[in-house]
Structure formats: structure tokens, C-alpha cells
Design a binder for this molecule. Structure first.
Ligand SMILES: [Zn+2]
Length: 329
């Protein structure tokens, strides 16, 4: 609605020839393509490629958890009105099929991870900290399990965007899909994608160099958030998951004792434990092992615009910085 109003306003200015109005040649009467992205990281990529031609709505916003998302009727309405729907795939959006059916969406569905080389999760299934899981979310979990199973592996790691090499595959898929539904925009999408791919290449080089500077023996972290398999493979970092510790609830003192033993045995120099929020337990880990306590690594969602990771590339910048701070000497 807002777009239509803006378009009409622009057209009126053009007719009246008012100074400061739109320039001739601006496509003021064209409706923007309506795109929906399943989660914030994908939303940012689509915005970069779509530019002014595309209006992007993101279902799971900054700091949200796409694994346990429960779409609302408003989300179904948003999707019903959309021309194109971008999802990650690889079993990430267990709620997707239900939402698509409920919405009656008839636009183009784009699986942006198409063409990446999937890896298998090392642990059991990936599961997120979800303190307040309701019944709806149990259904979502079930659907997610089915999605995993239907993709053969049962244990496919969906977090493929955590390698910038894969990020370039996502961007290429987004570009081609936008051109397919909006051929008039081909030049724009190609130019935007080319510029974005160059920026991704530069960030990839920066992350690679940052990790390569770390002493080899220190390129190892323990994290409760098992979402960095692709990152570890791409940039040469060993990611260790805490053994026998639930990632779903706040770690107990007993869990912390196990983690301390594991950090000592495996000589892990830094810990990124998001399910240990008790400062005293973190201090205990640090003092008993000498391991540094890292900050927050962004994995499945961006931060808000005032946070440290408001875009896909900012997320890599932030994560590389946090890792460097915790692992250098
Ligand atoms: Zn995840």
C-alpha cells in the first residue's frame, strides 16, 4: 500500500514538473517486486541483490531463531502477497511447508543453498537453546525432523551460509531467481550482485588472513552452538562441542565440571558458551582452565541495526574479531 502511495505521489510530481521531484526516466509507477526471506541473513542478501527494485520482508527477524519459529496468520498473509520466497533449505526451515500450504502462496520458491556441498553435523541433531518451547514448537521440531529425514542424511548441517564461499553461491542463486521473475531488472540485479560478490570476496580474504595469523595450536574453540561446521572447514578452525552437556538448557555446575575437564584434556584456548549465562560459572571455567571467555558468535541471525552484526558481512567481521581477540596468543 505504501509503495503504491509513493508511486502515485511520484507520478503526480512528474506530471506537475515540480522542482526537486523525480527525474525523467525514474520508474516511479512500477510496483516493487515483493520478496519474502525466511530469516534475517537471507533477507540482507536479497536486499543487496534486489536493491531498489525489490521490497524485502523477513519472517524471522534479527536475533530470532528460525529453527523453532512458529509462523502466524500475518506471516501467511505476507507470503500470500509475495512474488518470490527465498529459503535456506537443507532442513533449516522445518515450518516452511506448512506455512506455504496455509498461505496459498503461488509465487516462486527459491532454495538459496542449491548447489552448495552439504556437510553432516558431527554431534547428534543440531538443537537450539529454547527455554520456552510451547506445543506449537514441538510440532515445528517434528516437521524439522521430517525435513531432515526427507533430505536423506537425517543430519545435514543447514548452516551453509557460515562460509563466504557458500555465501557467493547463495547470492548467485538469488540473482538468477530475481532475473527469472523480473527479467526487466536483469541489468540491475547483475550489477548489484557483481558488486556484492566482490565485497564478499574481500571479506572472505580478510577472515582467512585473520585466522591464519593465529598460532596453529590455538585455532580451536569450544562452543555450545553447533552452527560453525562450515566456518571451521572454510577457515581452518577446529570447533569442539561440549560432550554430554545439554545445549537446550542452562548448563549446571556438573556440566561446567565436565566442560572444564574437556577444555583441559583437549587444550582448548577459548570458549564461546552461550548456554552458560551464569557469570560465576564462566569465571570458574576461565580460572580453572586458563581458557579465554569469548563473546557472542552470530550464527543463525543478524543483530539489530544497533548491534555488532546488522548485515551478513558485518556478522563475519564481528565473528572473526571475537575469535581473534580470544585466540591470539
Ligand atoms: Zn542453527
Amino acid at each position: 500500500m505504501q509503495n503504491r502511495l509513493v508511486a502515485l505521489f511520484g507520478a503526480a510530481l512528474l506530471l506537475l514538473g515540480q522542482p526537486g521531484g523525480v527525474q525523467a526516466g525514474d520508474q516511479v509507477t512500477r510496483e516493487k517486486l515483493k520478496a519474502v526471506a525466511s530469516f534475517s541473513i537471507l533477507g540482507d542478501m536479497v536486499k543487496n541483490v534486489g536493491g531498489d527494485r525489490v521490497e524485502v520482508t523477513t519472517l524471522v527477524g534479527p536475533n530470532g531463531d528460525a529453527h523453532v519459529f512458529s509462523p502466524t496468520p500475518a506471516d501467511a498473509k505476507t507470503l500470500a502477497d509475495a512474488d518470490i520466497f527465498f529459503v535456506n533449505g537443507l532442513g533449516f526451515e522445518g515450518w516452511m511447508e506448512r506455512l506455504e500450504n496455509a498461505s496459498g502462496f503461488t509465487g516462486a520458491l527459491v532454495v538459496t543453498s542449491g548447489g552448495v556441498m552439504p556437510i553432516v553435523m558431527r554431534g547428534e541433531r543440531h538443537d537450539h537453546d529454547a527455554e520456552d518451547r510451547g506445543g506449537e514448537q514441538d510440532h515445528a521440531d517434528q516437521a524439522e525432523n521430517e525435513a531432515y529425514d526427507s533430505q536423506g542424511g537425517g543430519n545435514t548441517d543447514p548452516h551453509a551460509w557460515q562460509s563466504l564461499f557458500n555465501g557467493k553461491i547463495y547470492v548467485t542463486n538469488i540473482r538468477d531467481a530475481l532475473i527469472a521473475v523480473d527479467p526487466e531488472g536483469q541489468e540491475t540485479y547483475e550489477a548489484n550482485a557483481a558488486k556484492y560478490l566482490t565485497a564478499i570476496d574481500a571479506e572472505d580474504k580478510a577472515v582467512r588472513e585473520a585466522i591464519a595469523k593465529l598460532p596453529e595450536a590455538r585455532r580451536k574453540i569450544i562452543t555450545s552452538h553447533d552452527a560453525f561446521g562450515y566456518f571451521g572447514n572454510a577457515y581452518g578452525l577446529e570447533i569442539v562441542a561440549p560432550e554430554g552437556v545439554s545445549t537446550e538448557s542452562e548448563a549446571s555446575a556438573q556440566d561446567v565440571a565436565k566442560i572444564i575437564r574437556q577444555i583441559r584434556e583437549e587444550k582448548i584456548p577459548a570458549v564461546f558458551l552461550e548456554n552458560v549465562t551464569d557469570r560465576r560459572l564462566l569465571d570458574q571455567i576461565a580460572s580453572e582452565t586458563g581458557a579465554k571467555i569469548g563473546g557472542v558468535l552470530y550464527s543463525d541471525a543478524l543483530s539489530g541495526s544497533d548491534g555488532p552484526a546488522p548485515t551478513y558481512l558485518d556478522m563475519f567481521r564481528h565473528n572473526a574479531g571475537a575469535l581473534t581477540a580470544a585466540l591470539s596468543s
